[in-house]
Design a protein around this ligand. Structure first.
Ligand code: SF4
Ligand code: SF4
Length: 179
């Protein structure tokens, strides 16, 4: 929702659009949050993350009624709209990192094939986690075939827009879907 509002306001030129690879913070802080949340839970038995997780707060508000915790959700929304796109997911939430670890074992993967790529970046524009597509930038791919990072949500939007089928869905090493 914050993303949509941000883009809408930017379209009306009421604020400056943040680039899709918004560099507001270093992505290395997410594992730090992951460790902090895990340590607090392990030592105290208290899940701090659950208390400040906006998904949990909104869920509880829908069931039990609104409370002051919704002000935290509002603050997060404003922060994401006006300062840092998807800040919670990109820099704080440990769930994405945990899913990423599980996703590393997934038989479904997105892979990038360098030879036909035009490097115009259509895939990065539609991707919600464009840092995983750094390899499509000219000179960045370390090999002719690159597995896309584990933050990829397998939404396949990049596969749909790629004009050269350079991005493909692979299932157990076999091409499953290409554009
Ligand atoms: S499948 Fe979706 S999340 Fe993954 S790289 Fe492509 S657009 Fe990004
Ligand atoms: S959309 Fe396809 S051709 Fe364009 S930069 Fe991405 S991978 Fe390369």
């Amino acid at each position: 929702m914050a993303e949509k509002i941000h883009l809408k306001l930017a379209e009306k030129k009421w604020l400056k659009v943040r680039k899709e690879n918004d560099p507001s913070f270093h992505r290395g802080i997410r594992p730090v949050f992951w460790i902090v949340f895990a340590l607090i839970a392990f030592i105290s038995g208290f899940s701090l993350f659950n208390s400040i997780n906006p998904v949990g707060i909104v869920s509880r508000a829908l069931i039990y009624g609104f409370n002051l915790a919704m002000l935290w959700v509002l603050a997060l929304l404003l922060f994401e709209i006006f300062y840092s796109r998807r800040a919670w997911c990109r820099y704080v939430c440990p769930m994405g990192l945990t899913y990423g670890m599980v996703g590393a074992l997934s038989p479904l993967q997105i892979t990038y094939h360098l030879p036909d790529c035009q490097h115009e970046g259509a895939c990065r524009t539609v991707c919600e986690v464009p840092h995983v597509l750094e390899c499509v930038k000219k000179g960045r791919a370390g090999d002719v075939t690159v597995d896309i990072g584990t933050d990829c949500t397998l939404c396949a939007a990049c596969v749909d827009v790629c004009p050269t089928s350079s991005l493909r869905i692979i299932y157990f090493e076999e091409v499953f879907i290409s554009h």
